[in-house]
Design a protein around this ligand. Structure first.
Ligand code: IMP
Length: 433
């Protein structure tokens, strides 16, 4: 009955895609539980490089069923396109995808409102991905959302959609000065989705729980990162879902008692895309060098990511909220060749207090100054290394210091984008025969 959650432990883009693919070899189900196509997950296999936004990263393993959980917001156009793209590349996932009937849909007006509201925020904009995520979750909470199940009875949707569109058009035109959407246009889109999506929509929660009852391995695939969590992140510069462990349970319909392992995926340094404080940010040449070396540009929006040293204060907080049983460290190879590497171990607050507490207020977080610990870098590359003992001693020291600071063992280290460029320090999952 084990479920294993894989969470982004920082501000997203930690390289979860590669890790989920790596672990999915031993999973019968891979279930995404939060976010939408704001995510960008990259997987490199022998067949090339694949970038997904919505489809779970278990698709390369034929035994794995890929579930889009109730906690995900689904843009059907994106999902259908990803299924088609994979088919074109010789991977047919059409009988290995289930979309929860309870998952909410991203409607065309959600994308419009995302853009219009960001424009209206001016200099205090969040820097969203513009994919309609916030407005879709807002409708979910307001009980005016449309769920995948609604596509299965398209005629019954008409009166609800009429009411929703009347209100939404008033918001678009009267608040934002945008252009109203025609009912027929939106409804025709829903009809088209209904025809193509129906075969994927099902009782995902039941399917996932049946797999657990049968003793199969279920991977709960996170999106975004803990510090973008609606409740626990750097609000309001967050996404609108819960990428934290509670979100895994709610967003896949899995009891917490089934979750045997909770893995936080950490990058060996820090990145953030969009607005909001980033205490260990490097605004100098070192930051630029890491960005270029690591090609830190958003998979979804192409925006340059902000870069900083590893922030252990944030990492400890992330571990506190999620109770990691293990960590994964990605992109260690990016730090190859640096004379020294730094870790932010404390913050100095506006009042001069040295703390390792992560402030709850975004204004306070924006005012802290980082305190760095400096460690010797390594001159022998870690890139492509597959065994822990083959890592240079200085790199091992770095990993071990991070383990100490995060407070849990690092089970897997990623030393390159390809599946094989991975150091397995300890097995993370029980293998089901
Ligand atoms: P939204 O999720 O599009 O509403 O964007 C809200 C914030 O979360 C913005 O700062 C985005 O840049 C950030 N964000 C959303 N998804 C991701 C992701 O997958 N990786 C990194 N940042 C993300």
């Amino acid at each position: 009955m084990p479920a294993y959650a894989v969470l982004g432990a920082q501000w997203g883009d930690e390289g979860k895609g590669k890790i989920v693919d790596y672990l999915a070899r031993d999973a019968q189900v891979v279930a995404r539980f939060a976010g939408g196509n704001n995510a960008g997950h990259t997987v490199v296999t022998d067949d090339g490089k694949f970038s997904f936004h919505l489809i779970p990263c278990g698709v390369f393993w034929p035994q794995a069923l890929n579930v889009i959980g109730n906690g995900v917001v689904v843009d059907p156009d994106v999902l259908l396109q990803e299924i088609d793209d994979l088919k074109e590349k010789g991977i047919d996932v059409s009988d290995r995808i289930v979309v929860s009937e309870r998952a909410h849909l991203i409607m065309p007006y959600h994308v419009m409102i995302d853009e219009l509201s960001e424009q209206a925020r001016g200099s205090s904009k969040i820097g969203t991905t513009g994919k309609g995520i916030g407005p879709a979750y807002a409708d979910k909470a307001a009980r005016t959302g449309i769920r995948a199940a609604d596509l299965l009875d398209i005629e019954a949707l008409i009166p609800r959609l009429e009411g929703i569109l009347e209100y939404t058009n008033a918001v678009i035109t009267k608040i934002y000065g945008g252009e109203a959407l025609e009912f027929d246009e939106v409804f025709d889109k829903c009809r088209g989705w209904s025809e193509r999506m129906a075969k994927y929509i099902g009782p995902a929660e039941k399917i996932v729980n049946q797999a657990l009852a049968a003793g199969e391995n279920v991977l709960l695939e996170g999106a975004q990162g803990v510090l973008l969590d609606l409740d626990h992140g750097t609000y309001p510069f967050v996404t609108s879902s819960n990428p934290t462990i509670g979100g895994a349970s709610v967003g896949a319909g899995v009891s917490p008692t089934h979750i045997e392992g909770i893995t936080g995926v950490f990058k060996a340094y820090t990145t953030r895309v969009g607005s909001g404080p980033l205490p260990s940010e490097l605004t100098d040449q070192t930051g630029e060098t890491i960005r270029e070396l690591a090609q830190e540009f958003g998979t979804t929006t192409g925006r340059p990511r902000r870069v900083g040293w590893f922030d252990a204060v944030a990492a400890k907080y992330s571990a506190l909220i999620n109770g990691y049983t293990s960590a994964v460290l990605t992109r260690l190879d990016v730090l190859d060749g640096f004379e020294t590497v730094k870790i932010c171990t404390h913050y100095v607050t506006e009042d001069g207090e040295v703390t390792d507490d992560f402030p709850g207020g975004v204004a306070a977080l924006g005012k802290v100054r980082p305190v760095f610990e400096e460690m010797t870098g390594w001159d022998r590359p870690t890139a492509s290394v597959r065994h822990y003992e083959d890592l240079p001693q200085a790199a091992r020291n770095y990993v071990e210091r991070l383990e100490e600071l995060i407070g849990c063992p690092v089970d897997v280290i990623s030393t390159g984008p390809h599946r094989e460029e991975t150091v397995s320090v300890r097995a993370m999952m029980r293998v089901v025969a």
